[in-house]
Design a protein around this ligand. Structure first.
Ligand code: CP
Ligand code: NVA
Length: 300
């Protein structure tokens, strides 16, 4: 595997299957496994944005692999007072064995990875959230037995969110069919669809629901986009994932959400809380297993 995981572009299909295989083993044997590839190693977890799942699953995951997690609030680091990203990368490389980072600018994470001699794992930027999508793919694999062109996923709402972008990279990697149902103002980026006939944009939410296996949505106002709240709440309103969409989908269709969810906004309460349709907590759990597999493979 490459040194870093910044987007799913860093993974081959072989890498992906290797991660799934290890994650499934770590999940099945979680309580009886004495597997400590991070023994004696320290992993810095830099957060510039809020988090529940990512922070907890990484802290627990590093510990379960035998390592020591260090939570670092970016606003309390010197990088928040003008120290360069490059100097920060060089210094942290002398102490740590890996860095997990959640911040705003994707370019900053690329620079950090370039300048650091240790692996850097993207735990969400404005543009990408690869760890989330790995957990989602693992969840699809558990429910459908495969992630390939026979699976149809529909993403609703913000067609340019870090989740939509990363899901498109996953579709490019696995060949699964993906439709993004979003308003023209926030339609998916051309470069993420280019050359991928399995990915399309469909502004009509009902049409997009035809034959879907998995519905996926994300918050309408992502972290860092609060200034655009009024406009976003208006343009995404027709793209709520609700019962009417499920009527057009395949009979056993499921609902995915990276969480946190907002009932009555991007998803109806009925869908979010329907135990036959919603698999969001299995999905959240898989963050832990898949990230442990990623760290075990990257952090040496
Ligand atoms: N899905 C996700 O990344 O959740 P947190 O923001 O709680 O980490
Ligand atoms: N798009 C959301 C994802 C949260 C996990 C955000 O960036 O806030």
């Amino acid at each position: 595997m490459k040194k870093d995981l910044l987007t799913l572009r860093d993974l081959t299909l072989d890498d992906l299957h290797g991660i799934f295989e290890l994650a499934a083993k770590l999940k099945a044997e979680r309580n009886k496994m004495n597997y400590t590839p991070l023994a004696g190693k320290s992993v810095g977890l830099i957060f510039a944005k809020s988090s529940t799942r990512t922070r907890v699953s990484f802290e627990v995951g590093v510990g379960e692999l035998g390592g020591r997690p260090l939570y670092l609030d970016q606003s309390r680091m010197q990088v928040g007072r003008g120290e360069t990203v490059a100097d920060t990368a060089k210094v942290l490389s002398r102490y740590l064995h890996g860095i997990v980072i959640r911040t705003f600018s994707h370019a900053d994470v690329e620079e950090l990875a370039r300048e650091a001699s240790i692996p850097v794992i993207n735990a969400l930027t404005d543009e990408y959230h690869p760890c989330q999508i790995l957990a989602d793919m693992l969840t699809i694999k558990e429910y459908s037995g495969r992630v390939d062109k026979s699976i149809r996923v529909a993403f609703y709402g913000d067609g340019r969110s870090n989740i939509a972008n990363s899901l498109m990279l996953a579709a490019r990697l696995t060949g699964m069919e993906m439709v993004v149902s979003a308003p023209a103002e926030e339609r998916p980026a051309e470069e993420l669809m280019a050359g991928a006939p399995n990915i399309c944009w469909e502004p009509d939410p009902l049409k997009a629901a035809e034959g879907v296996d998995y519905f996926y949505t994300d918050v309408w106002v992502s972290m860092g986009f609060e200034d655009e709240k009024e406009r976003r709440m208006k343009i995404f309103r027709p793209y709520q994932v609700n019962e009417a969409l499920f009527e057009r989908a395949r009979p056993n269709a499921k609902f995915l959400h990276c969480l946190p969810a907002h009932r009555g906004e991007e998803v109806s309460a009925g869908v979010m809380d329907d135990p036959k349709r919603s698999i969001v907590f299995d999905e959240a759990e898989n963050r832990l297993h898949v990230q442990k597999a990623v760290m075990a493979r990257l952090i040496k």
